[in-house]
Design a protein around this ligand. Sequence first.
Ligand code: PLP
Length: 427
Amino acid sequence: MKALEQMYENLGIDKGLLSLGREVENSLKERFEKIDETAEYNQLKVLSAMQKNRVAEAHFSGSTGYGYNDLGREALERVYADIFHAEDALVRPQITCGTHALNVALAANLRPGDELLSPVGKPYDTLEEVIGIRPSKGSLKEYGITYAQADLKADGSFDYEAIAAALSDRTKLATIQRSKGYASRPTLSVEQIGELIAFLKSKKPDIICMVDNCYGEFTEETEPTDVGADMCVGSLIKNPGGGLAPCGGYIVGRADCIEQAAYRLSSPGLGKEVGASLGLNQTLFQGLFLSPTVTAGAIKGAIFAAALYERLGFSVYPASKTERFDIIQAVDLGSPEALKAFCAGIQAAAPVDSYVTPEPWAMPGYDSDVIMAAGAFVQGSSIELSADGPLRPPYTVFFQGGLTWYHAKTGILFSAQKLLERNLISL
Ligand SMILES: *Cc1c(COP(=O)(O)O)cnc(C)c1O
C-alpha cells in the first residue's frame, strides 16, 4: 500500500484527497461485486456467441475493394445478432459514429409521409439535426418525415396518456433513447424499455421500436432486443468496441429492418453484400470480447465519481446509490471554472495528450459550446476516460469511460485535485 500511495503522491494527488478516495472506494465494495457478476454473465454471453458461430483465425483476414464474401464480417454480424438475441445485424466500420448509425436506421425504415415518435422526450443533441428539429440539410424533415414527441413526466416516468395521444395513423417508428445523454432525466432500464414497447405495441402492433442503445450495452444482463425492441443501435467507439474498435457502428434487430438499413448504408441493390472490412475484423471481435469487463470498469468509475463528488458537496446524477443502466455520470459543477478544472484533471490523467489543456469549442451537432477532455487512443472514443459538458448552467460535466477501473479512478482523483488546487473545493 505504501508504494501505491507514493505513486499517487508522485503523480500529484493530495494526501487528504487520496485518503478520502480510499474511504469512498471502501464503501463501494458490495456495489462493485454486483457489477463484476454482470460482467461475468456478459463475458460468457459473448464467449458463447463466438463459439456457436465458430469464430476462427480465417475470419480475421479482411477484404478490400467491394468487400464481397467477407467471411469475418459475416461472422461478426452473426455474433452480434446472437448476443442481442436478434435476427440480424449490421456491424460496419463504414458506419462512422452513433449518430450515423441512428440516421441510417431511421432513414432506412421511414418513408415520406411517415411520422417518427419519441415517447421519451427530447432526443440526444445530434439527433435534432437528423430529425430536423433544428433545421438541417438532409434531415428526415426535408424528406417529408414528421416528428412527434411525448415528454417524460417530471419524475422521469413515461407519460402514457401523452404517448397515446401522440400516436397517429402515420406513426411508423418510435425512437427510444436508453441513456440520458446530456439530458437530466433518468437512464431507462431494459425492463422499463420493455414496458414502454409493450404499451406502444398494444396501441399500434406494427410500430417499429428502435432503441438508441449508446452507452447501455453490457451494463445489464439483457439488452432492449430481449424485451421487444425491433432495432438496437449504437457506436463501436463506446461500450461494444471495448476500447479497441477504431471506428464503426452497429444496428441489430429484425431481419427486415436490418435489410432496409443495409440498403440505405450502401445502396439499393447492394445491401449487406458490400463493405470492405479492411484489416478490422480481428480488432472488432477482440474489442467485443473485452467489452463486458471494460464496461464494468467504466461503471465502477461512474459510481466512484458519484460517491466522491457527493462527499465533496456537489449534486450528482445519478446519485451514488442509484442502480446503473449506462456508464455516464453527471456532476453539477456550478461554474464554468469548476467545469474547466474538472476537464483539465481528466485530461491530465490521460495516457495520450496528457500535457494539453482542454478549451470550450463549438462542436458540430451541438447547440452550445462544449468542453471535452479526452486523451484517447481512438479519437473521440468515450469508452475511454473522457469528460465533456456544454458551457451552460448548471455547468454539468458528463463523465464516462475508462478502459480499466484503475485508470477511471485515477482520472477522477485528478479531476478533484484540479478543483482543490484552484480553491474550488476544500476537504
Ligand atoms: C453518443 C450518443 C449518440 C451519438 O453518438 P456519436 O457517436 O457521438 O455520433 C447518440 N445517442 C446517445 C444516447 C449517445 O450517447
